[in-house]
Unconditional design. Structure first.
Length: 217
């Protein structure tokens, strides 16, 4: 079928109140790296995590410490860890990394060739600094993955109501141009979490994805 594994999704969820829980998160990420190695996946995408009631600054500190604890294992497996900034609506419990600027800051602080960034238009389209931060990401060689879909208005579910490209308000072609101008030559991954589309005939859904990608990406 000439298929290629693009990435393993997901690792992350490093922050926790207790040291024991943070260590368990590290161990889970080491297993994810092993799984990526076995699959031949060059990247583990990190949904970095956040702990409700804990300051975001502390969660970010714990995320960076967690990644550091995994770097030697990632290097040995030749698997890159890609920080994925998530939309601020997820800051309370899914990720304390919410802008590309924050992801760039962390990747630069870590200074490792085994750390990268996954850019998802769904999470970042709203950011007025996005073009500048994509350029920064590319200049540092950190752009490891590019995800496309669309933001429907109204959004009926915070997680599982993404739209086909062209169905919402994201200027995907513009963001794609910034990504490619930054030097990215990897796959464009269509990532549509949607209960409505998952309930359809999946062959028809795939046809819709292909049509939407060709027209709006």
């Amino acid at each position: 079928l000439n298929l290629e594994v693009v990435s393993l999704c997901r690792g992350g969820f490093f922050p926790a109140v207790t040291i024991a829980d943070r260590q368990k998160a590290v161990e889970d990420n080491l297993k994810a790296i092993d799984q990526a190695f076995e699959l031949g996946a060059p990247v583990v995408v990190l949904v970095c995590g956040a702990t409700p009631g804990q300051p975001l600054s502390e969660s970010r500190k714990q995320i960076q410490e967690g990644i550091v604890a995994c770097l030697a294992h990632a290097e040995a497996a030749k698997v890159k860890l890609a920080i994925e900034p998530l939309h601020p609506m997820y800051a309370g419990d899914r990720s304390a990394i919410n802008t590309l600027e924050q992801a760039n800051d962390m990747a630069e602080a870590l200074q490792s060739p085994w750390v990268g960034i996954a850019l998802d238009v769904y999470h970042l389209w709203w950011d007025s600094n996005l073009e500048t931060q994509i350029k920064r990401c590319g200049q540092n060689g950190h752009l490891a993955a590019f995800h496309v879909c669309d933001w429907k208005t109204p959004t009926l579910d915070m997680l599982n109501d993404r739209g086909l490209m062209g169905e919402g308000c994201i200027n995907i072609k513009q963001i794609r141009s910034w990504v490619e101008e930054s030097g990215f030559k990897g796959f464009h991954e269509v990532e549509i979490f949607s209960t409505a589309y998952w309930n359809e005939d999946q062959d028809e859904f795939l046809k819709k994805i292909k049509k939407a990608y060709l027209q709006y990406c």
